[in-house]
Design a protein around this ligand. Sequence first.
Ligand SMILES: NC(=O)NC1=NC(=O)NC1=O
Length: 174
Amino acid sequence: MDMEKVNSMGFREFVDVFGNIIEKCPLVAAAVWSQRPFSDLQDLENHFFAFIDALPRSGQEGILRCHPDLAGRDLQQGTLTAESQREQSQAGLTSLDADDRLRLQQLNARYRERFGFPFVLAARLSDRDAVPRELARRLHCQPESELRTALGEVKKIGHLRLADLLGADPARVE
Ligand SMILES: NC(=O)NC1=NC(=O)NC1=O
């Protein structure tokens, strides 16, 4: 898909295609559509991220709360979005043994208890050993900095999903 095609999309098509760039937050794509045309992938991505950055804290925390837990209930019940299912599967989270899954669920619960939003991490850039390690590390961060870290992970997830859609090499797209 090239930028000419992206810039020619009507609202409905644009939200159908880009509505899950930010997990379960089609509003972001809905808002970004009105800022077309986009000069390139980086410009499109920058508009997604600028929308997130401009949100009040409640909106930013709302975006985090739209993310399913890693190896959580949605994964067990098969109710993850296609993108999330792929990402969690690539990180090896679909084949955890019962002990590892329980440990992750306990860590997720402690994290949510401390920060009031779920632990978010770009699973495609991680693996089944690194996820609990990173969760345990970030559990001790200060709320302000942790909010910024978590939003950074939302952007990494969005970057990879956009690169998939636009056929760009994720490594090459800055
Ligand atoms: N809580 C999360 O980090 N969820 C996710 N990370 C991903 O990369 N995909 C998800 O669903």
